[in-house]
Ligand binder design. Structure first.
Ligand code: GTP
Ligand code: SPV
Ligand code: MN
Length: 602
């Protein structure tokens, strides 16, 4: 995967110019060009231990693994500080924060003057996607955070081959990151340097990302959300492909037939878990190809094909257990960076949901003794693990096939305690795009904001679309048109694993039981069942869902599949109101779907 053996012969002039220019502005003490090698990673890990940024875990329990504790002000993506700085505000649309590019650049240049003083500036060349894939795109991130460099090692393909290919003419995305915490002469560093002022700024026209003040997750690991979604979605619109917040899996049926699916769920709504599913139904298997981002393009065969542009997981720790996600637990055996988890007396990791019993003598994510009676959590709700995909036992052997895999179905989902049935099938592509447009979800800890509050999150891309959401819908509709005329159109479904009963408990068992729903989808693709034509779309006849052995009564299943007209109407009105903010940019086809939805409910 990483290609540390490549010795660089020529460094591309435009990358050198970019580095020189930022060196002048940021004034780091030193500049280090990174090659992604194991040795480089080892040295950075040593350095971070010396600086107190990370702490080793017990090497017998969790070999070569570490815990980082972030500042409490720097624990998740900051959507209020994330900007799409297109030239025309119309191109950012109502769902993005917008500042004119010149104005944003001036602000950030002022802040950046000397911002790396006393620190090292690392230059990290990386590829999103297999280096020689036609679907791959390159970038170079400069950063003053060794934690970010090591995370990039684990999450993307860091390699000198990228610089070589740039020298040969490949285009690349400029990613600039500083924690914004210069050190004065002789000043001692803190464990997690960052700045209270944060800017995560995107310049879609010039394919640039400037990030200031944070070292956490999507704010700082720029290849991930900033590049692979916000900038890439704009590239994809221009070049005729799609950059999506989706997991990517292969399912094999008991008959040995293979299917590939992508699923878009909002942050902390189950992508990693789905991607690593251990199906409870005999004979079914799931192979992992990606857990967060998929890039999709129409192949020469006329089919929608997908790759995972990443090479690692930055997964939600809380809720991960041997019961819910045994594959993730196995993946994390060692060589893992944990952030904001709790540490046991024995020097292993712990988080809420890992075991029923809270171990005695925990150190909480703040590095303090955990008081189980305090009502506080030991791990932060957005605590994460960073690990290379190589360690995932369910990883598909051909996961980095440069051609990608052909997609049979697209799934949308969200976290809804009510209103949205367990599964709905779209009537056709356009209806599916409508379902994607109207997705809403209860807020999680993956970004700042009040947990549990319902918000619209079209395509699970609300915080990640790098251009106007109305144009984004238009792009989806256009892709459907091309698929109809050139090849095969994937089926589209909507799911909701998160309906709750009166006591606030999840009704659907979820996790490995989700295969039951996926099996129905595949049987639909194979033309095996008819479906109920409801106001929301096509739902299963309860007897067609295989709930053999599930902890679920028939009444409960009927409830999970029911469409409540009052709740559906209220939801439709909310969706309508949200979509009306797009004005003229709301595609006619979506308007027509809204109309049709209203008449079906009346
Ligand atoms: P991001 O990395 O933020 O994009 O999150 P994600 O979509 O990959 O979510 P992930 O799979 O990490 O799940 C987030 C939380 O939801 C975890 O606490 C999981 O245990 C929980 N979860 C995932 N799948 C299910 C499910 O089927 N049912 C229930 N009840 N919870 C689930
Ligand atoms: C998400 O929030 O959807 C994540 C985590 O996957 S972050 O990388 O911080 O965006
Ligand atoms: Mn995500």
């Amino acid at each position: 995967m990483n290609d540390p053996t490549t010795t660089l012969t020529v460094t591309p002039e435009d990358v050198v110019a970019f580095v020189d220019q930022w060196q002048d502005t940021l004034q780091p003490e030193a500049v280090v060009w990174c090659d992604g090698s194991t040795r480089e990673r080892h040295e950075l890990i040593q350095l971070m231990q010396d600086q107190g940024t990370i702490e080793p875990l017990n090497a017998e329990l969790r070999p070569y693994s570490f815990v980082a504790r972030s500042e409490p002000t720097d624990v998740a993506r900051v959507e209020s500080r994330t900007f799409v700085c297109s030239v025309d505000p119309e191109d950012a649309g109502p769902t993005n924060n917008w500042v004119a590019p010149d104005e944003m650049k001036n602000t950030l240049l002022d802040l950046s003057e000397g911002a790396m003083r006393g620190r090292t500036m690392y230059v990290v060349p990386f590829s999103m996607g297999p280096i020689d894939s036609p679907m791959a795109r390159y970038g170079v991130q400069i950063t003053d955070s060794p934690y970010v460099v090591v995370s990039l090692h684990l999450m993307v393909r860091v390699s000198n081959t990228v610089l070589q290919n740039i020298t040969a003419g490949a285009s690349w995305v400029k990613c600039v990151h500083t924690v914004g915490a210069p050190l004065a002469e002789g000043e001692e560093d803190v464990a997690w340097p960052c700045n209270d002022t944060k800017y995560i700024s995107h310049f879609p026209e010039t394919r640039e990302i400037w990030s200031f003040g944070s070292a956490y997750g999507g704010n700082a690991l720029l290849p991930k959300k900033a590049f692979a979604l916000r900038i890439a979605s704009a590239m994809a619109r221009d070049e005729g492909w799609m950059a999506e917040h989706m997991l990517l899996v292969r399912l094999t049926s008991p008959e040995g037939k293979r299917y590939h699916m992508v699923a878009a769920f909002p942050s902390a709504c189950g992508k990693t878990n789905f991607a690593m599913m251990q199906p409870v139904l005999d004979g079914w298997s799931v192979e992992t190809l990606g857990d967060d981002i998929a890039w999709l393009a129409i192949g020469d065969d006329g089919r929608l094909r997908a790759i995972n542009p990443e090479a690692g997981f930055f997964g939600v720790a809380p809720g991960t257990s041997h019961k819910t996600n045994p594959v993730a637990m196995d993946t994390l055996w060692g060589h893992t960076m944990f952030t904001n988890v709790a540490v046991t007396q024995e020097g292993d990791v712990w988080w809420e949901g890992m075991t029923k019993e809270v171990p005695e003598g925990l150190t909480n994510w703040r590095g303090e003794p955990h008081d189980p009676h305090s009502g506080h959590r030991a791990a932060h709700p957005n605590a994460r693990f960073t690990v290379s995909v190589d360690q995932c036992p369910s990883l598909a052997a051909d996961w980095d096939n440069p051609e990608g895999v052909p997609i049979d179905a697209i799934i949308f989902g969200g976290r809804r305690s009510d209103t949205v049935p367990l599964v709905v099938e779209a009537r056709d592509w356009d209806h599916g795009v409508y379902l994607g447009s109207t997705i809403a979800s209860e807020q999680t800890a993956a970004a700042e904001g009040t947990i549990g509050v319902l918000r619209r999150d079209p395509f699970a891309m609300l915080p990640f679309a790098g251009y106007h959401m109305g144009d984004y819908m238009k792009h989806w509709l256009g892709m459907g048109e091309r698929l109809r005329s050139q090849g095969r159109v994937p089926r589209i479904f909507q799911v909701n694993w998160f309906q709750k009963d009166e006591d606030g408990r999840f009704i659907w068992p979820g996790f490995g039981d989700n295969i039951r729903v996926v099996k129905w989808m595949i049987e639909r693709i194979e033309g095996q069942h008819s479906a109920n034509d409801t106001a929301l779309g096509l739902t299963p006849h309860p007897e067609d869902l295989d709930i053999d052995g599930a902890e679920l009564s028939e009444e409960a299943l009927a409830g999970l599949l029911r469409v409540d007209p009052d709740l559906a109407r209220a939801d439709l009105n909310a969706a309508d109101e949200f979509l009306s903010t797009f004005g003229d940019k709301l595609p006619e086809a979506i308007r027509a779907q809204l109309q049709a939805a209203h008449s079906r409910l009346d």
